[in-house]
Design a protein around this ligand. Structure first.
Ligand code: SF4
Length: 304
């Protein structure tokens, strides 16, 4: 008797997606889906324990990633992904916490959280999908919009200087900083894998097209045209000083791993300070038991 074999091909990334939520909301040619593919590749490559992983997003087109991945994920309020993620990491230091959000969410509305998490060196992996604009809210100028770009709030061209995100987070204290575009799929997956193995504040910027609101208004063609631009104008320069990687409208894009350094993370500094101040009275976080209850006399196992 012959046995029926299911020969239906499956995409290796599929187990990491909530397929029941498909189709997704992203426009044709948008780069966000490509970044999710790279993220899933990094999950496979790193063999990271998925039960130890939590993904946090803010609001915006990239913020929707939290709803599409089959992981413990949190879709939070606008600009506040980093504070939610910080709370999770401090409450449960065993967690690997990934912040996955857009440039508007992370560097504008959540800009203060970004620099202070880098300063404190909180052990978070931040993936910032930079489409150079506020997308979901209507294509307004963002702090990352390059000079002369036309947006819904700058119909005659942007004139404000824009943030150079790698430089900003390096200056604030990040220990790992890299930038890729959605053309650099292997390099991006590798960077995410490296960040999983790094203790401290890691920041990966991914330059990504928004054909609907940025490319169209600036007459830059569709998603495919943008990929050709990324291919032609990207230069890989590992270790390049971040002061030299600012973006211009349709100019060269410097990509690579810019920063990889070590310094004590927030939890390490906190423990050292508490031990110094409280001596034996300070009880460390226990890998098995979680936090001790202190002197409260609580006897509930479930509260650990
Ligand atoms: S509006 Fe732009 S960023 Fe948002 S899904 Fe569409 S192409 Fe992507």
């Amino acid at each position: 008797m012959s046995t029926l074999v299911n020969l239906e091909p499956t995409n290796p990334v599929e187990p990491f997606l909530r397929s029941d939520r498909m189709p997704h909301i992203w426009c044709p040619g948008c780069g966000i889906g490509t970044t999710v593919n790279c993220f899933a590749e990094a999950l496979i490559e790193s063999k990271i324990d998925l039960k130890s992983l939590a993904l946090v997003s803010g609001i915006g087109c990239t913020g929707r990633v939290a709803g599409y991945v089959k992981l413990d994920s949190f879709h939070t309020t606008h600009g506040r992904a980093i504070p939610f993620a910080t709370g999770m990491k401090l409450a449960n230091p065993k967690l690997n916490v990934v912040v996955y959000s857009g440039d508007g969410d992370l560097s504008a509305i959540g800009g203060n959280h970004l620099i202070h998490a880098a300063r404190r060196n909180i052990d978070l992996k931040v993936i910032c999908v930079n489409n150079l604009i506020y997308a979901m809210t209507g294509g307004q100028t963002a702090p990352t919009t390059p000079g002369h770009a036309v947006t819904s709030t700058s119909p005659y061209g942007t004139f404000e200087p824009s943030f150079n995100l790698p430089h900003l987070v390096e200056a604030a204290g990040a220990v790992y900083v890299a930038r890729w575009t959605t053309y650099h799929v292997r390099q991006l997956a590798r960077s995410i894998t490296e960040a999983f193995n790094k203790k401290g504040f890691s920041f990966i910027e991914v330059i990504s097209p928004c054909p609907t609101l940025y490319q169209r208004r600036n007459k830059l063609g569709d998603g495919l045209e943008t990929m050709k631009y990324y291919k032609e104008k990207s230069k890989t320069k590992h270790g390049c000083p971040t002061s030299e990687v600012g973006l211009t409208m349709q100019g060269e894009i410097i990509v690579g791993k810019f920063v990889d350094r070590d310094r004590p993370d927030y939890s390490t500094l906190l423990k050292a300070q508490m031990h110094e101040s409280l001596g034996d009275r300070y009880v460390d976080y226990d890998e098995e038991q979680g936090y001790a209850c202190g002197d409260g006399g609580c006897s509930e196992d479930s509260c650990h």
